[in-house]
Design a protein around this ligand. Structure first.
Ligand code: IFM
Length: 470
């Protein structure tokens, strides 16, 4: 087992509130609250590697990334951060930085064979990982589906096949029986918008299909899978919290014209209401089918009640806003704003969008559950220079988004915690390894981890906060 975690100082810093600290939240920020959890997130296919080890089956991302042209530079997740072998050092690093929570995902193809029989070796990996996190006092948040669908299920139609939802419920049953007691928060799905729209609507993600009718049907089966899994998780692991994670997008209108305002509304309908209305209100938004006429999915009696199973929390992932104008027909088109701050992904840095969406959801959904920000972060072209990575834009990004979270809390939204994306640089899907989202740098040739300046400052804050509580 590799054990080359970078050194992280344990000493609480006396200076974290000093003016020189570009990260430390102001004294009146809710982030200083005792019960506000601050953690880091990753996902199985993006970090684990070891795709052919210990009985793991192929996933749709193994297949997709092997197709020339689908992923930048032909990268795949075959090795990624080699976390499958380096997990102990990675947990030491996480704990050394002082993170209080860790959001990880389980690779479905690692833990079950094609007949649904448990794969003990795969299960043992997650059991050891979760046990070590618990030993270190880190709260564990586990996503069941972060996009690595077993390829054998895709071969039978993937999320276009209703049966996949039932197979997911079986998988949730296995995992919650095996891992009961070692998970603080279960999340059924990560970002169903990406699975359905990018995977089946425009083909940018695995499995690479492109038809709006596929997207809405895949979404329905994903949400059904979530709804079928919720009571199973409750029965098997009653003490944990259960929820689902949605990536939300802010759409702003390019002008005050009614047509552009409508375009911004439609942007948010397909990005947010497509997922949140069924989850929280048990129905699809009608405007979605104005935007994408003729794409109504096949919904059977009782499905929407299943989908709207009560949630203990809602996970929110937020990255950027999209400025849009009317496309002159029944939709919207993006009008990129000039002169705004952007990240390595080209995404606009727009913290107000997070605050405004959270406050808006509270007004829209009477039953909005407590929220965790389950992902937020940015990519930058980070380089190690003299052993250091000075990711100043990320520090400022995190500070401003955490301030937006604080503003939403002060406006009455119940937000219980925040997981930055990501603990370390990793396989960024169709963008391969070029885009670096980590607060820890990974040299993919050597697997050396280098703690970036952002992680040092978050760590300093976490240790200061801990010291104040003691
Ligand atoms: O890397 C992804 C993650 O897997 C899901 N949410 C968005 C991140 C950045 O694109």
């Amino acid at each position: 087992m590799a054990n080359d975690a970078p050194a992280v100082s344990d000493a609480p810093s006396p200076h974290s509130q000093s003016l020189a600290d570009p990260f430390a939240p102001p004294a009146d920020s809710s982030l200083w609250r005792k019960n506000f959890l601050l953690g880091a997130a990753t996902a199985s296919y993006q970090i684990e590697g070891a795709v052919n080890e210990d009985g793991r089956l192929p996933s749709i991302w193994d297949t997709f990334s092997a197709i020339p042209g689908k992923v930048l530079a032909g990268d795949t997740g075959a090795v990624a951060c080699d976390h499958y072998h380096r997990w102990e050092a990675d947990v030491d690093m996480l704990a050394g930085l002082g993170f209080e929570g860790y959001r990880l995902s389980i690779a479905w193809p690692r833990v079950m064979d094609t007949a649904g029989v448990p794969n003990r070796k795969g299960l043992e990996f997650y059991k050891r990982l979760l046990a070590r996190l618990k030993e270190k006092g880190i709260a564990t948040f586990v996503t069941l589906y972060h996009w690595d669908l077993p390829q054998h299920l895709e071969d039978r139609g993937g999320w276009l096949n209703r049966d996949t939802a039932y197979r997911f419920a079986d998988y949730a049953d296995l995992m919650s029986r095996e891992l009961a007691g070692s998970v603080d928060g279960w999340m059924t799905l990560n970002e169903p918008w990406c699975s359905a729209y990018l995977g089946y609507g425009n083909g940018h993600h695995a499995p690479g299909l492109a038809d709006a009718r596929y997207a809405t049907q895949a979404m329905h089966h994903l949400l059904l899978a979530h709804g079928l899994a919720m009571p199973v998780l409750r029965a098997n692991d009653p003490a944990s919290q259960k929820g689902v994670v949605a990536n939300i997008g802010r759409g702003t209108a390019n002008s005050g014209s009614a047509a552009d305002q409508r375009a911004a509304h439609l942007f948010e309908v397909q990005h947010n209401a497509w997922i949140l209305d069924p989850l929280l209100e048990g129905r699809y938004p009608r405007d979605l089918f104005e935007l994408w006429p003729g794409t109504e999915p096949l919904v059977l009696d009782g499905d929407m009640q299943t989908v709207a199973a009560p949630l203990d929390f809602l996970g929110i992932n937020y990255y950027f806003r999209t400025n849009v104008a009317s496309d002159g027909a029944h939709g919207f088109r993006e009008v990129p704003l000039q002169g705004v701050e952007r990240t390595q992904m080209g995404w606009e840095v727009y913290p107000d969008g997070l605050r405004d969406l959270l406050i808006g959801f509270k007004a829209t959904y009477r039953n909005l559950p407590p929220i965790y920000i389950t992902e937020n972060g940015m990519a930058s072209d980070d380089k190690v220079i003299d052993g250091r990575v000075d990711d100043m834009q990320r520090i400022s990004f995190l500070k401003r988004h955490l301030a937006a979270v604080d503003e939403a809390i002060k406006a009455g939204v119940e937000i219980r915690g925040y997981f930055l994306w990501s603990l370390m640089d990793n396989f960024e899907w169709a963008f391969g390894y070029e885009r670096r989202f980590g607060v820890v740098h990974v040299d993919y040739a050597t697997q050396k981890r280098t703690v970036k300046r952002s992680a040092e400052l978050v760590s300093k804050f976490l240790k200061e906060r801990k010291a104040r509580r003691e």
